[in-house]
Design a protein around this ligand. Structure first.
Ligand SMILES: [Zn+2]
Length: 485
């Protein structure tokens, strides 16, 4: 009975349910009371949430007198609501019914966020449309609708979220962003990045979670292989030129770059960063925060940070030719720079920088290592199933016979109450491009893509790295195919 309503519905449908149902909740509270009256001990798990029963034995709880209000309150607390009234407000809103209670709005938002964190979502989207309002969770890269509150509540939801993040309430014509901290317990909190976008039917708001603890887990947990970690640590240790972390949007670049900075962060080094905006505060790092769209402010931030002559300069993203030129120029002048760049592959990163008007020979001198990453969904270890005779499938996916040693076990997703369609969480798959003297000459001479590709093959590519994750049953061929398409 202590399972959340959503988890139950999720078990039934193997995906996130639309809304919890008020009638069911009312009946559950009555069931708790009935169970208590008939001496059924199962009710004690819920009633223990009442302060007066926290330290009582089951026999003592069964012997006490209980009202329906108390059973309802206990049920609400067991589902992580503040009290029964709050629960009714939120559930009504999830069912698409309006609430007049001003606290209802902020409780609804809090509940949406707590459930999102509990289910492992990375983002929550609040989206107003002409006829519907929609709240969606992004879990392991997939979107699920979780609530459809009344459309007229849209402006109030937007206002409350902006108030939570101390944003300008009057600004709703321009995109804006902010980061705030949501306490989860006395010792733990999570950083929430809020981004607002004006659309025809109101303000769309994207929230994303950043767990400060995630960046202290180390490179192994991100999915880097031991030789890749060695190459990355060596480049970080040399502190020369430029290390680029590349990949498509929302594929874990930020966590990787923060993890790198976290490894370097010792009192012996002066570290500065320019971020749009600062997403995780790092003790001991001089972080310069700018608004995402404030391009001149961002470039100014890079100039100001360089004036401090830090040992390490982190630039959250090279987007414009000016920021790319500043980074390349600084690294060729002896400054160590770590930056991210949006690109599909390590090789594409060079093409992108050339497209940002960086001369080939400057690029060849500056870039020392490119770490390119994508995220693959992890198979749920509770329900993954072994594929019989995986060899034909692997060969069809382009893996050579030589790569498939006997005993290679391939797993596929199934789906259970502990996961989302057979997957839970994601893991990085990486390719590293080390810019050796030979490769540097190729880049400087505007070497063609095939030559650079050949040089890179020697240091491994995404397909090979993905094979390791397949071999250890971490991910499925379906996921790897999606990556390669
Ligand atoms: Zn599962």
């Amino acid at each position: 009975m202590t399972n959340s309503v959503w988890q139950r519905a999720e078990r039934r449908t193997r995906r996130l349910p639309q809304n919890p149902n008020l009638e069911q909740l009312k009946n559950q509270a009555k069931d708790v009371l009935k169970a208590h009256k008939s001496g059924d001990e199962s009710c004690c798990d819920v009633l223990r949430f009442l302060a007066q029963f926290a330290d009582k034995s089951r026999q003592q709880i069964l012997a006490a007198r209980i009202t329906l209000q108390e059973a309802q309150h206990a049920l609400a607390l067991s589902y992580d609501w503040g009290d029964w009234a709050m629960m009714v407000e939120t559930v009504l809103m999830c069912e698409g019914k309006s609430s007049d209670n001003p606290d209802g709005i902020s409780e609804f938002i809090r509940k949406m966020l707590m459930e999102a964190i509990k289910t492992g979502a990375s983002h929550v989207y609040f989206e107003p449309y002409q006829l519907n309002y929609r709240v969606r969770y992004k879990i392991d890269g997939e979107l699920y609708t979780v609530a459809t509150p009344p459309v007229e509540l849209g402006p109030r939801l937007a206002e409350q979220i902006k108030r939570n993040a101390s944003m300008d309430l009057d600004e709703n014509k321009q995109p804006a962003e902010a980061v705030y901290e949501l306490p989860l317990s006395r010792t733990k909190s999570i950083h929430i990045k809020v981004e607002t976008f004006p659309i025809a039917s109101g303000e769309k708001i994207n929230l994303s979670f950043r767990d400060p603890a995630a960046v202290t887990l180390g490179f192994e947990k991100l999915g880097l292989e031991p030789p890749q970690i060695k190459a990355l640590r060596s480049a970080l240790g040399n502190r020369r030129g430029m290390v680029l972390v590349t990949g498509p949007r929302a594929n874990g670049k930020t966590v990787t770059i923060y993890t790198a900075i976290n490894e370097l962060n010792t009192p012996a080094l002066e570290i500065a960063s320019v971020e749009a905006p600062v997403e995780i505060h790092l003790e001991g790092v001089n972080q310069y925060s700018v608004q995402r769209d404030d391009i001149p402010g961002y470039e100014e931030g890079i100039r100001i940070s360089l004036l401090q002559e830090p040992d390490v300069l982190m630039i959250s993203e090279l987007k414009t030719s000016v920021s790319a030129a500043l980074a390349v120029e600084a690294s060729n002048a002896g400054q160590f720079v770590i930056a991210t760049l949006q690109s599909d592959s390590a090789r594409d990163a060079l093409t992108r920088l050339r497209a940002l008007a960086i001369p080939a020979d400057d690029l060849a001198r500056a870039v020392k290592l490119i770490v390119n990453q994508h995220l693959l969904r992890r198979l749920c270890t509770h329900c993954r199933i072994e594929v019989d005779d995986a060899k034909p499938e692997l060969l069809a996916a382009g893996y050579p016979e030589s790569a498939l040693e006997p005993g290679f076990k391939l797993f596929a997703p199934a789906g259970c109450d502990k996961c989302h369609s057979g997957y839970k969480g994601r893991i990085g798959v990486f390719e590293l491009l080390e810019v050796t003297d030979n490769l540097s000459r190729l880049i400087a001479g505007d070497g063609d893509a095939a030559d650079i590709e050949a040089a890179q093959l020697a240091t491994g590519n995404l397909r090979q790295s993905a094979l390791l994750h397949l071999r250890s049953g971490i991910t499925s061929l379906e996921e790897v195919r999606r990556l390669m398409d």
